[in-house]
Design a protein around this ligand. Structure first.
Ligand SMILES: [Zn+2]
Length: 354
């Protein structure tokens, strides 16, 4: 059966755009969070014939989530990783699966998580090729960020906003591009209040459409990265309200709070000096003007200095993109979402005064 699936994928690959598509089966990808985005991501990779998938999640399948893709009502009550593995094995039995039904943010699990992404490759003892963050909360993203910075593991972050009408993907190369602690996550600018954080007690909206789009963009970039074709987006936003897709690249912040990020930056600098310079192709996003026909507006006209004074580090952003929230200057791992929101409120208050 696999041969059939695989041939289909190969047949789709005869356009000459990408070479050596068979290499897909040599790669291992870890998917952290097997929810609305992660489950679809895992299915796409399985159907493409990925070599091995590591799945991490501690939730159970719920009937309340059946407006999302992938899981089915009869799986309600099963752990997401168990249900996902069962479905995915039936789709493509040639993929190797490794599942972990735990929360990666606890001390003990975090150590095990680090161990598995650094040792759990197709060939045991080798690291995975890519880690994908498909989680829905700040704490889990920070845990992935910490692990990947320490290991120098390349990863991709993804997210869908709480109001379900925007999302993003981001490629993070430790030491080279901004990590999750270097700069706040970015969202598409629009005149709606956007947050990528899931707040306690708040019932977030969810749309299978937005999740499907974000999973599609994520896996598209995973395939481009692994099979080396096209240009992998460093940051790609999606705003469903205007069908607006801003992209950008951000360098690592030398003042990042994560010491492993700073260490990776030093190592990257050394490597840069040693190796002949390879030109990084950055796609220039066409500037979208304030009076554009889609009605996309900048959030404010405040200067970078004013933004910084109001809310800590804010990256230099092209038009059309704004931050979802800012990291307070004195950020610690124990920071709560409330504190983060406070700084967003400060920022908004500052903007209203102008
Ligand atoms: Zn950093």
């Amino acid at each position: 059966m696999l041969a059939t699936i695989y041939i289909l994928f190969l047949a789709g690959a005869q356009s000459g755009i990408f070479n050596d598509v068979g290499k897909i089966r040599t790669f291992t990808v870890a998917v952290v969070g097997v929810g609305g985005v992660g489950s679809v991501t895992a299915e796409m990779l399985t159907r493409c014939g990925i070599g091995k998938l590591l799945l991490f999640d501690y939730d159970k399948v719920e009937l309340a989530n059946m407006n999302r893709l992938f899981f089915q009502p009869h799986q309600a009550g099963l752990s997401k990783v168990e249900a996902a593995e069962h479905t995915l094995r039936n789709i493509n039995p040639d993929v190797s699966f490794e599942t972990h039904n735990y929360n990666i943010t606890t001390m003990e699990n975090f150590t095990h998580f680090m161990d598995r992404i650094s040792q759990g490759g197709l060939e045991e003892g080798k690291p995975v090729d890519l880690v994908l963050s498909c989680v829905d909360n700040f704490e889990a993203r920070m845990a992935i960020n910490t692990a990947c910075n320490e290991l120098g593991q390349i990863w991709m972050e993804s997210g869908v906003s709480e109001n379900a009408v925007s999302g993003h993907i981001q490629l993070i190369i430790p030491g080279e591009t901004a990590c999750f602690a270097c700069a706040p996550p970015l969202v598409v600018a629009a005149n709606i209040d956007e947050k990528t954080l899931k707040r306690e007690g708040v019932c977030a909206a969810s749309l299978p459409t937005t999740m499907g789009v974000v999973a599609g963009l994520l896996v598209q970039n995973v395939l481009k990265y692994l099979l080396k074709f096209g240009t992998v987006s460093y940051y790609l936003g999606y705003n469903a309200m205007q069908d607006f897709f801003p992209s950008m690249a951000m360098k690592a912040n030398p003042q990042c709070n994560d010491r492993h990020c700073r260490r990776q930056q030093e190592e990257y600098k050394k490597k840069e000096v040693e190796q002949p310079k390879v030109e990084v192709v950055e796609e220039e996003e066409e500037v979208v003007h304030e009076d554009n026909e889609w009605g996309i507006e900048l959030v404010s006209e405040v200067t970078d200095a004013e933004l910084q004074a109001a809310s800590g580090t804010v990256p230099d952003l092209p038009e059309g993109i704004t931050v979802a929230y800012t990291i307070p200057a004195e950020v610690t791992s124990g920071d709560t979402v409330e504190e983060t929101e406070q700084s967003l409120e400060d920022l908004m208050a500052q903007m209203r005064k102008l």
